[in-house]
Design a protein around this ligand. Sequence first.
Ligand code: ATP
Length: 311
Amino acid sequence: MIQLYSPLHFFGTYYRMIQQNFIDMEKMLELLQEEETVKDSPDATQMVVKQGEVTFENVTFSYDVRQTALKGISFTVPAGKTVALVGPSGSGKSTILRLLFRFYDPSSGSISIDGQDIRSVTQESLRKNIGVVPQDTVLFNDTIMYNIRYGNIHATDDEIIQAAKAAQIHDSIMQFPDQYETKVGERGLRLSGGEKQRLAIARTIVKNPPVILLDEATSALDTTTERHIQEALNTMTKDRTTLVIAHRLSTIVNADLILVIKDGKVVESGSHEELIRQGTESGQGVYFEMWEKQLDDTPSADSSTLALEAD
Ligand code: ATP
């Protein structure tokens, strides 16, 4: 079976081709056929993920010869932990996620999961182990049930409902005209940004992958929606290795590791406390300055829901 994935911000070209957020399956297939840039090696094996440790080793990558997007990136995300990627726009955060999903191969260096180089395994087996939650979820013009089941076509109705509950979207679905059979998309019910994101979370919970790539939404949400989404994210990422392009302070502060990306390099890494302590002691630091700037910019806001503006 061909595995399909939501076009997302970090999928770049796909995303630009599908600016609207609803799509039919046929169109998606056409796009995926056009966009294949890496091929399985003839002796590719099946990826087997037992722990989910992700390692980037000296990864360099260029989209074109004029500019290097990633310049020798190295880091390890231990199994089940969360790493937050922060840094200015264009610094390379999305590129890191795209490479892990193997939309492109590094020009040098290697990426591995549980010690298996992702170039040595089939793309299908790699992508089966990775869940993707984009900023802007693409929904199919079909029912809610179908849209969640897309994460795992073998899921039972009960599993889908359990996932929707864990993603904090079940109660909203029960208010829709035909509940789980309600059609969504351009020819059906229009969902809010927060509802679409929770649907994407439910889809990922149904898929049950050991590794998750998350491009956190930047859009402002009301406090209740924000809390629901944070709870849904916590459930989804618990015990799963997560790489998140983080905008919410609540996510960043609680991440096991923060990587500050600038000009295609990791310029700082550590926990929130470590980076703030280093910044306070030295009076400088990219993360420390981003943090200070943000607190200055929004003195009266609730710091747990602020967007971390990096540039
Ligand atoms: P943002 O926070 O704005 O999403 P980012 O940190 O995710 O930015 P990337 O999207 O990874 O940054 O981009 C890193 C660099 O690669 C930038 O200079 C960008 O212009 C370039 N780039 C990104 N996608 C492509 C592409 N498809 N083709 C050519 N260059 C690209």
